[in-house]
Design a protein around this ligand. Structure first.
Ligand code: PGU
Length: 447
């Protein structure tokens, strides 16, 4: 078969990627150039020993993307929603809430309390646990406003490291890349439990039960409430129930990370079912919530940490200690994002509008899954790609390896994390063919 220039170039890149010499040298040749170009000023700096840290595996993808001048470049790295036009989206309901805030002349910019906006905390607990949750109604939940999902995880972990008897946390393998860093820097020791089976591209349920079954009594277990990142694989409700039974029988402490409520199914209640199952049995659990994705409030850094306790008195003591954790870190949280969320959650009409917009985002992501799957079918791309439509939430864990990803970036200007995860929310009907071409080339040229 005749080779086109493009095929020849792909073959050259593929040869390079498939050779062991292609390992990146850590930028050492670049740093040598820099040190010799500054007239020797570096050598007497007290910071001269500081070595350049690598970019973040997820946020660094955006840094590389921003530097690429190509008009066809596509960022599928970070989990951030884009419209069909490839633009970031500010929800209409958020704009309305902000307008209300601006119009309210009585608003001031005073410090919030250490625990944040009281109304926001109450409404956040209702959102995740359900308005009729006995834990909420009995005031057994200590909720504090935190800096989005990451900050909530960090405060929760710092609290557990100080006040909980077991210092080991089990996280799924794989998981969001920041989890191990957040937990170990909080003073917990991090272990993993089996979660994903690459052979089936599904849940390794047996491995999960075995690993949690052999965890020490009382260990903390990090659970993704829904839309597991990066795999897009969630347990079924029956499997959640089995996990709950096992965990409660061993007194394992559930620590839920809820970064995607509403993004998995399009329904806020459905996506909270895993959490509610655990809360319904009356025992303790910890939940970190983020409004980054489901309200599109990424940069506002708005989230909440809730610790469900056995009595209102314990919850209030727990809250008092959460304040001790927060105060020396950032004193108190920012007011704007939490005010937007409170505006939307308190108002029946705005709340309804939010659920409609949220569903539209979730549905668009599901449409992208179907379009990408069909585009690969049309190209006859080798392999079974049905996991693209089976997986849930913002991401597809494609199964592409790091060399295949490197080819897609080098040749097609498609940016994604090196583990083969793509953010479906960054895709649109217009860019699906380009991604399918890139995946086809990567699969057929690189082993
Ligand atoms: N937990 C999980 C499971 C997440 O995926 C993310 C965000 C967070 C917590 C933290 O989100 P906050 O923005 O702090 O609320 N993960 C995205 C966003 C980029 C990042 O790594 O922070 C991602 O692309 O994986």
């Amino acid at each position: 078969m005749e080779q086109t220039p493009c095929d020849r170039r792909l073959a050259t890149i593929a040869r390079h990627l498939n050779s062991p010499r292609s390992e990146i040298d850590g930028g050492s040749s670049i740093s040598r150039l820099v040190t010799s170009a500054d007239g020797g000023r570096s050598s007497d700096s007290v910071f001269n020993h500081v070595v350049r840290a690598p970019e973040d595996p997820i946020l660094g993808v955006t840094v590389a993307y921003n530097k690429d001048p190509s008009p066809v470049k596509l960022n599928l790295g970070v989990g951030a929603y884009r419209t069909e036009e490839g633009k970031p989206l500010v929800l209409n309901v958020v704009k309305k809430a902000e307008q209300q805030l601006v119009n309210d002349r009585s608003r001031v910019k005073e410090y919030l309390p250490i625990v944040g906006l009281a109304e926001f905390n109450k409404l956040s607990a209702k959102l995740i646990f359900g308005a009729d949750s006995p834990a909420v109604l009995e005031n057994r939940v200590a909720t504090v406003q935190c800096l989005s999902g990451t900050g909530s995880l960090r405060i929760g972990a710092e609290f557990l490291a100080r006040h909980y008897h077991q210092k080991v946390i089990y996280i799924p393998q794989p998981t969001w890349g920041n989890h191990p860093k957040v937990f170990s820097l909080s003073g917990l020791s991090v272990k993993t439990y089996r979660y994903y089976d690459p052979a089936t591209r599904g849940l390794d349920f047996r491995g999960l039960l075995e690993d949690l079954g052999s965890a020490p009594s009382g260990a903390i277990v990090l659970l993704h409430a829904c839309a597991h990142n990066p795999t897009g694989v969630d347990p079924s409700l029956q499997q959640w129930e089995q996990i709950r039974k096992l965990m409660r029988s061993k007194r394992l402490m559930p620590f839920f990370d809820s970064a995607y409520q509403g993004f998995a199914s399009g329904s806020l209640d459905e996506d909270a079912q895993s959490v509610r199952l655990f809360v319904a049995d009356g025992s303790e659990c910890v939940v970190a919530q983020s409004y980054a994705k489901n309200m599109g409030l990424y940069g506002e850094r708005v989230g909440a940490l809730s610790i469900v306790c056995k009595s209102a008195d314990i919850a209030s003591r727990v809250e008092s200690q959460l304040k001790i954790v927060i105060r020396p870190m950032y004193s108190n949280p920012p007011i704007h994002g939490a005010s937007i969320v409170a505006c939307i959650l308190r108002d029946r009409q705005l709340y309804h509008e939010w659920t409609v917009e949220l569903k539209a985002m979730a549905d668009r992501i599901i449409r992208m899954r179907h379009q990408l799957y069909s585009a690969l079918q049309e190209r006859g791309t080798p392999g079974d790609w049905s996991h693209i439509i089976k997986q849930i939430g913002m991401f597809t864990f494609t199964g592409l390896n790091s060399k295949q990803v490197a080819l897609m970036t080098a040749e097609f200007h498609i940016y994604m994390t090196s583990d083969g995860r793509i953010s479906m929310a960054g895709l649109s009907s217009a860019t699906v063919p380009h991604l399918a071409d890139a995946m086809h080339a990567a699969i057929t040229h690189v082993v």
